[in-house]
Design a protein around this ligand. Structure first.
Ligand code: BMP
Length: 276
């Protein structure tokens, strides 16, 4: 049975969550009136920071892949955190952990990037089974972090479908303290439970593969519009990368215009959803 989370406002949904990172994201969305997340996939610190400063006012969340930054250092993390305070956004390192519990705990806490020390949210592939959640939560839970499981992907030919998706949602239901939601292409409500059961789990769905001008790229990416994602598919956050900064990360005026455009499209779709 379909529960009513999709018609609740982000503000109302804060009370459905105990995890601090989930609460922070919903509070930020409600306060700034935006469900836009920008994925900053560039290789130079200078471009990374310029994009974040330009899109900061329009986003609830900044998604990073810090392992692609060629001149990475801890100062960059300090600058990212300062922007997170200045512009009021949540940080999500899109690390896609996928190993045994012991290894992911080390990857999350240690190494060059020390992700757990600064990223409010991170994510994992459910492929190893529940032990990946135990490994990551041993590090992240005491720090108030949250985890997203990848239950679906935006790419052509993805294997994350059917019973894989269902089992992954079941894994999440068994770890509600740390798993705050999913990277997926639609609402996961009612998935992995019997059809006549009321679904009391309010998971957040963050959705990449969003573009207003292109249908995809030459490497399997597939785009849908904010309206398809938020209104028609019941997702909560649109994640946009190249649709906002295109091929020229230094053109900040153009980036601002695009960020505002996506923010407005995402919010309009959400308003239509909660008022329907
Ligand atoms: P873009 O909007 O430029 O296509 O970027 C999408 C971003 O979302 C990338 O950082 C990619 O790693 C991520 N992503 C995705 O595109 N599809 C998924 O299913 C999961 C992702 O994390």
């Amino acid at each position: 049975m379909m529960a009513s989370f999709l018609r609740q406002t982000y503000g109302q949904r804060i009370h459905n969550h105990n995890n601090p990172a989930a609460k922070l994201l919903l509070e930020t969305m409600e306060r700034k009136k935006t469900n836009l997340a920008v994925s900053v996939d560039v290789t130079k610190s200078k471009d990374f920071l310029a994009i974040i400063d330009a899109v900061g006012p329009f986003v609830c969340l900044i998604k990073t892949h810090v392992d692609i930054i060629e001149d990475f250092d801890q100062l960059l993390i300090k600058q990212l955190q300062d922007f997170s305070v200045k512009h009021d956004f949540v940080i999500f390192e899109d690390r896609k952990f996928a190993d045994i519990g012991n290894t992911v705990a080390l990857q999350y806490s240690s190494g060059v990037h020390k992700i757990a020390s600064w990223s409010h949210i991170t994510n994992a592939h459910p492929v190893p089974g529940p032990s990946i959640i135990s490994g990551l939560s041993s590090i992240g839970l005491p720090l108030g972090r949250g985890l997203l499981l990848l239950t679906e992907m935006s790419t052509k030919g993805t294997l994350a479908v059917g019973s894989y998706t269902e089992e992954a949602v079941r894994m999440a239901r068994a770890h509600r303290d740390f798993v705050i939601g999913f990277i997926a292409q639609r609402s996961m409500q009612g998935i992995g439970i019997q059809a006549d059961t009321v679904d009391g789990d309010d998971f957040l769905v963050l959705t990449p593969g969003v573009g207003l001008d292109a249908k995809g790229d030459s490497m399997g990416q597939q785009y849908r519009t904010p309206r398809q994602v938020i209104l028609e598919s019941g997702c909560d956050v649109i994640i946009v990368g190249r649709g906002i900064y295109g091929k020229d990360p230094s053109f900040v005026d153009g980036i601002r215009v695009q960020a505002k455009r996506y923010m407005e499209a995402g919010w309009e779709a959400y308003q239509e959803r909660v008022s329907s």
